[in-house]
Design a protein around this ligand. Structure first.
Ligand SMILES: [Zn+2]
Ligand SMILES: [Zn+2]
Length: 341
């Protein structure tokens, strides 16, 4: 594969300061893999980094400059000599959260507890708003040949959903089949509703936007613009990050309800914990994903109708337009084609 010495990348230098730049290709270390990016999805996290509002950038853990982009697919361009089972030309996706796999937290699979972790395009490692991404080979997952790379860019958000659902499933029990509500029909809420329906749950999706709910038309998923009837559900997934929605769910859910929170950020809110204790409710938080979730996502995506996610794709050079479009909420997902192949 021909690899040019300079490549285009969007670099965020500080809050509100982003530019498309030509960067020299990084050296491919013995354990590294250089990936030619095919598609990258725009995520709210990217915009939070741009605005300096992401928690990591407020608490000093995250540092500029950084190239954003963690929802991506690509093709291997170079492989370090110690990397096994990966070869040039393979279609791949990459784990966003990259842990040390040695510390006490990692040994107990508490990945988010790893203090050494980096997150591609988010924390300490450049992401995929770029023609190339360099990552350690151990976090790279090959895709079946002829995979649609535009759809594959959705593996990362799907893995985030699957990690949350596996935590939810642990509480509900492996064979449970009940009624689930999913609050929020953005990309995460949408994938969550579809995944739960596929598992046999009766699902109702809630969103203020009839447009977003319209994507469920013709599926078994019910849709509602009013956040009411919450006492009907065995489990409720919150995927908006809205403290008001969360407050309502905590209060109105039925006794014994299990609540999975996937939204960020939730602002602090006065809350009476007796609502939980007095009614046997369980609250689960979940963020990010790990290797097993990404592998599951690779198998899940071909079984889902992803057309709603593929309505808008721009070239990398138009990243500012892509960000503008993201804000309009006209599309469930805005993607950028970097090297569409
Ligand atoms: Zn994301
Ligand atoms: Zn660790």
């Amino acid at each position: 594969m021909v690899v040019h010495a300079l490549y285009n990348a969007v670099v965020i230098h500080g809050p509100g300061r982003a530019a498309l730049e030509k960067l020299p290709l990084p050296e491919v270390g013995p354990r590294d893999v250089l990936i030619k990016v095919a598609y990258v999805g725009i995520c709210a996290t990217d915009l939070e980094i741009l605005q300096g509002e992401l928690g990591y950038y407020k608490n000093g853990m995250g540092r500029y400059p950084i190239t954003p982009g963690h929802e991506f697919s690509g093709v291997i361009a170079r492989v370090g000599e110690q990397v096994e089972a990966l070869t040039e030309g393979m279609p791949v996706v990459v784990e966003c959260i990259q842990t040390c796999r040695r510390c006490e937290a990692c040994r107990s699979e508490n990945w988010i507890g790893c203090k050494e972790r980096t997150e591609v395009g988010v924390l300490g490692r450049d992401g995929a708003y770029a023609e190339y991404v360099l990552v350690p080979g151990e976090f790279v997952h090959s895709l079946p040949a002829r995979t649609d790379l535009r759809k594959a860019a959705l593996c990362e958000p799907a893995a985030v959903v699957l990690k949350g659902l596996s935590r939810l499933q642990r509480v509900l029990g492996p064979g449970s089949r009940g009624r689930c509500a999913v609050v929020g029909a953005g990309p995460i809420g949408h994938l969550c509703s579809r995944s739960l329906a596929l598992r046999g749950y009766e699902v109702r999706a809630f969103d203020q936007s009839p447009f977003r709910l319209g994507y469920f038309h013709g599926s078994a998923i019910q849709a509602s613009t009013e956040l009411t009837g919450l006492e009907e559900f065995d489990a409720i997934v919150e995927a908006t990050g809205s403290p008001q929605a969360l407050q309502l769910i905590l209060e109105k859910s039925r006794p014994g309800c299990v609540l999975l929170l996937l939204g960020l950020p939730y602002a602090s809110q006065p809350f009476n914990f007796e609502t939980l204790v007095g009614y046997d409710k369980t609250v689960i938080g979940s963020v990010g994903s790990a290797a097993a979730d990404l592998r599951e996502a690779i198998h899940l995506l071909p079984r889902l109708d992803l057309t709603p996610f593929l309505q808008k794709t721009l070239p990398l050079e138009q990243y500012r337009e892509a960000w503008e479009l993201f804000h309009t909420r006209q599309f469930l997902k805005v993607m950028m084609a970097v090297n569409p192949g």
